[in-house]
Design a binder for this molecule. Structure first.
Ligand SMILES: [Zn+2]
Length: 400
């Protein structure tokens, strides 16, 4: 049977229809571009008033608690910005919580020192690596996703600790459905509920309890088990998006994060167009690379689309950048480290990669090289992308 699937791209930005959770309108415009139009019409000052009222309410509600909110922090520019705003601008008493990925980079570790400069209490939460590595391996083989476990853990750890510490207010960053494309109902949400986030393709609606086995007990997964909705209601849980109340712009976030010591990658972007993105975890870079295989686009497409929406890049230039960089492979050192973490060979890694290469969009040419049919940067261009190279400094770290 002839395969009829065709890559179609948003007429404004460069996002393809293969992106999960995206919708296109009758004019061929994606939901993320439509969100950015809506964004200009939002009465931000009214939303900011609402935000201040929420803070006031929680300050009062939690006056006997040591903290009046939780800010989830990866050590990336966005979370450093969130924390800075909450502590310095809005004078809250936040508890910063990090889910410690086992693939943290040296730069990620260094950037957490920005927290010291903001001046907050901080939990750098590590779950037993034996459990995490086991699930990382299984979920990589099952979903072709190296970061499923990191996403599952951070999104569940926060509500679970909120219950333990009795801190109802959580300040998350942006609503991914609104900023990067998603269905209207989810995009309009001001709070990040478990139901909402489980529906996002990064969590695949595959809850922690599905990993229970003879080897993995309920207690083993308790930090990232599905949160107890009843207990959340009892503490009056309110997990809000800062991006609902203030216009979200990663470039602006970076500027503020820089002030308190956050540093971007010196030798250029690790993947995509921003030097300040995806630098705290090695496995997230591998996660993004699998987007290239599954959906035929990667971070250059994401970042360029964002820049087009912000009016800082033309579509023509974006396509040129995609042509040059979007298929770059993760640094060899990252892949080696990931294989070591989950105890597989590099041959096995590439076998899995090939398994997840979406054959609806990837075809082979006469030389048996893969290409994306109807790729935005040109049809039938072979995937000859190289690995991203680490700088000397970074290499020294990985050789240790
Ligand atoms: Zn678009």
């Amino acid at each position: 049977m002839k395969n009829k699937f065709k890559m179609i791209y948003c007429k404004k930005c460069v996002i393809p229809n293969t992106r999960p959770n995206i919708e296109f309108d009758i004019h061929g415009i994606c939901s993320a571009c439509n969100s950015s139009k809506i964004k200009k019409k939002i009465k931000w000052s009214e939303r900011q008033k609402l935000f201040l009222n929420i803070l006031k309410k929680h300050k009062k509600l939690n006056k006997n608690n040591d903290y009046n909110c939780i800010v989830p922090v990866s050590g990336g520019k966005d979370s450093v910005y969130q924390l800075y705003q909450i502590k310095k601008k809005f004078r809250m008493k936040p508890l910063a919580i990090t889910w410690r990925t086992l693939a943290r980079t040296q730069q990620g570790e260094k950037n957490l020192t920005a927290l010291k400069n903001i001046g907050v209490d901080h939990i750098d939460f590590t779950v037993n690596p034996e459990i995490i590595n086991d699930i990382t391996k299984k979920s990589f083989l099952k979903f072709g996703d190296s970061s499923y476990i990191d996403h599952l853990c951070i999104y569940n750890l926060i509500p679970n600790l909120a219950v333990k510490f009795k801190i109802p207010l959580i300040v998350w960053g942006e609503n991914m459905f609104f900023e990067y494309g998603g269905y209207k109902k989810e995009a309009n949400q001001r709070t990040q509920t478990s139901k909402l986030i489980n529906n996002h393709h990064i969590l695949k609606n595959y809850v922690a309890e599905k990993w229970l086995s003879k080897k993995i007990s309920k207690k083993d997964i308790s930090p990232f088990a599905s949160p107890d909705e009843k207990k959340l209601r009892l503490i009056k849980y309110e997990p809000i998006y800062l991006g609902y109340y203030f216009p979200w712009d990663i470039k602006q976030n970076h500027k503020i994060a820089k002030k308190v010591g956050f540093r971007a990658r010196e030798s250029g972007p690790i993947m995509g167009l921003y030097r300040e993105s995806d630098i705290d975890c090695m496995n997230i870079v591998i996660h993004h690379y699998f987007k290239w295989l599954k959906f035929g686009f990667n971070r250059v497409t994401d970042h360029a689309s964002n820049e087009i929406r912000k009016g800082r890049l033309s579509r023509k230039k974006a396509i040129k950048l995609i042509d040059k960089f979007d298929g770059l492979k993760p640094p060899k050192e990252y892949i080696r480290s990931f294989c070591k973490q989950i105890n597989i060979t590099e041959i096995k890694f590439w076998e899995i990669a090939n398994k997840f290469r979406n054959k609806k969009i990837w075809k082979k040419n006469g030389k048996k090289e893969w290409y994306i049919a109807n790729w935005i940067a040109g049809d039938k261009k072979a995937d000859r992308f190289k690995h991203v190279k680490l700088s000397k400094k970074e290499k020294i770290f990985f050789n240790n």
